[in-house]
Structures are given as structure tokens and as C-alpha cells.
Design a binder for this molecule. Structure first.
Ligand SMILES: Nc1ncnc2c1ncn2[C@@H]1O[C@H](COP(=O)(O)OP(=O)(O)OP(=O)(O)O)[C@@H](O)[C@H]1O
Ligand SMILES: [Mg+2]
Length: 291
């Protein structure tokens, strides 16, 4: 399979700004991959997502240098509507995306722009609303939904257009625990059921290591680490430098290594942590102490 997104030596600065916000950034995402992007506030995560979805330069201006390909095609050769068709974008704050009087119309609106016939539009809208669990609220105004439901609706409106790439910018940061769990499990189901490429900025590291094919860590406008979660977090020196919090269980093992404990591998999930602890204790502890 080819690349969904291919970025090489990307530089970007906002209009009227001297400072380059993205600096020689490269990132290649294969079709069907699930990528989580992390990094400190202001490092350029949203800016990168805006470029991949065409928001920059179509809505926000600035100077772009470098190569950007979406599904193998140079983004500069694509019309805004061609980008929208391939790349769905979900904002941090669902309120900025929801403008129609009812939940159903919210989903229908995006589909109308695709030039489909009425039957197909309604069919798709109902299907996606039931997929995200909002079918019973079709006729309610979006403002009456909970924050979590609003975000589910924003995601549904984008999914209805059947993009091959879905980009989400901190989709749970405005949500409470219940809303967060609903949105995260919806995103997980996309990976399992739809096989679309997902690129998400999300700070919940314990969730990210379970679901991501690859994690990209950004710092000061560039990608400083990119790879499978186990590979990323098996390098404590790198992780400490980036300012990203590793999974709690990995941190425990960094400490153990510092104290001279020999470990086989640095676990990134609780399950792996328990296995590794069992192995370590198996040597010194009495049998049955950690079973
Ligand atoms: N429209 C704009 N004009 C000028 N500078 C901007 C604009 N938007 C963002 N910036 C600057 O670009 C840099 C990167 O911002 P960006 O929003 O991409 O970071 P981020 O990693 O998404 O941060 P956060 O985690 O807080 O969302 C910041 O220094 C920010 O102040
Ligand atoms: Mg941001």
C-alpha cells in the first residue's frame, strides 16, 4: 500500500510572522495506519494538521516550503474540495463545527456538498448517526447535546463524507471522562472496522500506546521521534529530552534500570509490565508472590 500522507522537509511560518513554526519536518504515514501525535504546547501540532487538511493555505495564510503529498498527490495540485473529499478534519472544540438546527441536518449538510442524490444522503446520514449512537437524537438541536455527544456528531458529519484520511486535533480535550471514553472508543472502532488512516493529536498516553501503530513526538516544529510505541518508549534518554510523559509503567521501569535492575524490555502497557515484573520476581521472590 502507498502513503496516505508524505511530508518531506516541511517549513512553515504564519503570515506576518518572522518565526518558522514548522522546521524541516518530515513524516510518512502509510494508508490504514493509526498515528498519534504528541508534543508540548506550541510545538506546531495543530499547524501541521491544518496543512495536511488544506486549512493552511486555504483559510489561514503563511509561507510553506517543502514537499506535501496526500494519497500520492502533491497537495498544491489539489483543489480545496478535492482535499476535503480525501481528508476529514475534526476540531478540538465541536461547537466551532456545529451550525445546523438539527443533528440530522448537521450530517446532511456536508453530504450535500458532495453532490449526492437525496436518498443516498439521508441513507448515509442515518447510517452514520446510528454508528455513533446518535440516531435517536436525529431531530434534536446540536446545542442540546452533551459535549461528548457534540464531538461524536462532529466526527459523524466528517465520517459521512467517507474520507480516506481522518485527522483529529485533541478531540477529547473539552470533554469530561464519560465523553472522552465515548469519543475514544468511537475512534478505536474506526481503526477496527473501517481501516481508514487516522492521525490524531491526543495526550492520553496510556490510550495512545494501546491503539497507535506509530507515535510521532514533536518538539519545536519538528518530529523528534517516530515509530512503534514500544520502540519510542524504550529510549528513556530521548523521552526525557522531549518533555512527553511516558506511560506510567514505562516510567517505573526507567527507575528500575537507573537502580541497576536488568530488564528484558521496557513495558508500555500494564499487561506487559505485569509480565516483566513476574519474570523479575520469579528469580528472587518466593513462588506465588505475584501470580
Ligand atoms: N494564526 C497564527 N498566526 C501566528 N502564529 C500562530 C498562529 N497560530 C499559531 N501560531 C503560533 O504557532 C506556534 C505553534 O502553534 P500550534 O497551535 O500549531 O501548536 P500546538 O502544538 O498545536 O499547541 P497546543 O498543544 O497548545 O495546541 C505557536 O507558537 C503559536 O503561537
Ligand atoms: Mg494545538
Amino acid at each position: 500500500m502507498g502513503y496516505a500522507v508524505e511530508v518531506r522537509n516541511l517549513w512553515f511560518r504564519y503570515m506576518l510572522s518572522e518565526e518558522w513554526v514548522l522546521r524541516d519536518l518530515s513524516l510518512a504515514v502509510e494508508e490504514g495506519e493509526f498515528i498519534v501525535i504528541m508534543g508540548p504546547s506550541g510545538c506546531g501540532k495543530s499547524t501541521l494538521l491544518y496543512i495536511l487538511s488544506g486549512i493552511i493555505p486555504n483559510m489561514i495564510r503563511g509561507e510553506v516550503k517543502g514537499e506535501i503529498k496526500i494519497l500520492g498527490r502533491d497537495i498544491r495540485g489539489l483543489k480545496p474540495e478535492e482535499i476535503t473529499r480525501s481528508v476529514g478534519f475534526v476540531f478540538q472544540n465541536p461547537d466551532s463545527q456545529l451550525i445546523m438546527p438539527t443533528v440530522l441536518e448537521e450530517v446532511v449538510m456536508g453530504l450535500e456538498n458532495l453532490g449526492l442524490d437525496r436518498g443516498e444522503i439521508l441513507g448515509r446520514a442515518r447510517e452514520i448517526l446510528s454508528y455513533v449512537g446518535l440516531d435517536k437524537k436525529s431531530n434534536m438541536p446540536p446545542r442540546s447535546l452533551s459535549a461528548g455527544e457534540k464531538q461524536l456528531l462532529a466526527i459523524a458529519s466528517v465520517l459521512a463524507m467517507r474520507p480516506r484520511i481522518l485527522i483529529l486535533d485533541e478531540p477529547t480535550s473539552m470533554l469530561d471522562h464519560v465523553g472522552t471514553m465515548k469519543v475514544l472508543s468511537l475512534i478505536e472502532s474506526l481503526k477496527k472496522n473501517l481501516g481508514i488512516t487516522v492521525i490524531v493529536v491526543e495526550h492520553r498516553i496510556e490510550w495512545a500506546v494501546e491503539i497507535a501503530d506509530k507515535i510521532a513526538i514533536m518538539d519545536r516544529g519538528t518530529v523528534v521521534a517516530y515509530g512503534e510505541p514500544s520502540k519510542i518508549f524504550s529510549n528513556p534518554e530521548l523521552i526525557k529530552k522531549t518533555g512527553v510523559r511516558p506511560p506510567m509503567i514505562s516510567e517505573v521501569f526507567y527507575e528500575l534500570i537507573d537502580r541497576g535492575v536488568k530488564v528484558n524490555r521496557i513495558p508500555i502497557t500494564t499487561k506487559e509490565g505485569i509480565e516483566e515484573l513476574r519474570r523479575l520476581l520469579g528469580r528472587s521472590a518466593k513462588p506465588g508472590t505475584l501470580t
